[in-house]
Design a protein around this ligand. Structure first.
Ligand SMILES: O=P(O)(O)OC[C@H]1O[C@H](OP(=O)(O)OP(=O)(O)O)[C@H](O)[C@@H]1O
Ligand code: HPA
Length: 180
C-alpha cells in the first residue's frame, strides 16, 4: 500500500506486466506502419512514461511530437478539455497515431481525433495504455489498447493524483474497502 496525499493506493499492474504489453503494442505498430512514416502525437502530461517505453521498442521510421491537454481535476473529469500546449506540425495527409495514457470518459480523445481529422490527416488512430470501458461517454474507437480496466481511479506510470504519483513504476488503484 502507498499513501499519496490523503488517499491510499494498492498495486494493480506491475512494471513487468506493463513492459511486456507495451513491447507487444510496439510490434503491432511496427507491422501496421511500415513505410508510412507515421506522426506520433503524445498527449502530456500523463502519457510521458508510456510513450518513452513504447518508443524504445519501436523501430519503424517515424516522427514524434507532443501536445498538452488537460481535462481531469483531482479524481474526475471537468467535462472540458483545455489545450495547454498545441500542435506545431501539420497533420495534412499524415498517418497519425495518438499516444495516450488512459481513455476514461473519452472526452479528450473525442475532441483530439475530431480536430486531427478536420485538419486533413490521412488516418488517425489511438494507442492507449489503459481504458475504462464503463466510464466511456463518447464515441471513441481505440485501435491499440494496453489494458481494459475497471472504472476505478488509478495512479502511477505517468498518471497522477493531484499531480503526485506520476513517477511510480507500476499502476496503483485507489483502495476502497470492499472493492479488493
Ligand atoms: O477520457 P478522459 O475523461 O478525457 O480522460 C483522459 C485524460 O485525462 C488525463 O489527463 P489530465 O486531464 O489529467 O491531464 P494530465 O495528462 O496532465 O494529467 C489523461 O492523461 C487523459 O489525457
Ligand atoms: O484514473 C485516472 N487516474 C489518473 N488520471 C486520470 N485521468 C483520467 N482517468 C484517470
Amino acid at each position: 500500500m502507498i499513501t499519496i496525499k490523503d488517499k491510499t493506493f494498492v498495486p494493480f499492474l506491475e512494471p513487468v506486466e506493463l513492459e511486456k504489453r507495451i513491447v507487444e503494442l510496439a510490434r503491432e505498430l511496427d507491422k501496421d506502419y511500415e513505410g508510412k512514416n507515421p506522426l506520433f502525437i503524445v498527449v502530456l502530461k500523463g502519457a510521458f512514461l508510456f510513450a518513452a517505453e513504447l518508443f524504445k521498442h519501436l523501430s519503424t521510421p517515424c516522427e514524434i511530437t507532443f501536445v498538452r491537454l488537460s481535462s481531469y481535476e483531482s479524481m474526475g473529469s471537468s467535462g472540458r478539455v483545455k489545450q495547454i500546449i498545441g500542435l506545431e506540425e501539420s497533420v495534412q495527409d499524415r498517418h497519425v497515431v495518438i499516444v495516450e495514457d488512459i481513455v476514461d470518459t473519452g472526452l479528450t480523445m473525442a475532441q483530439l481525433t475530431a480536430q486531427l481529422s478536420g485538419q486533413g490527416a490521412s488516418s488517425v488512430e489511438i494507442a492507449t495504455l489503459l481504458h475504462k470501458p464503463d466510464a466511456l461517454r463518447e464515441d471513441v474507437r481505440i485501435r491499440y489498447l494496453g489494458f481494459k480496466i475497471e472504472n476505478r481511479f488509478v495512479v502511477g506510470f505517468g498518471l497522477d493524483y493531484e499531480e503526485h504519483g506520476r513517477n511510480l513504476a507500476g499502476i496503483h488503484v485507489l483502495y476502497e474497502k470492499g472493492a479488493e
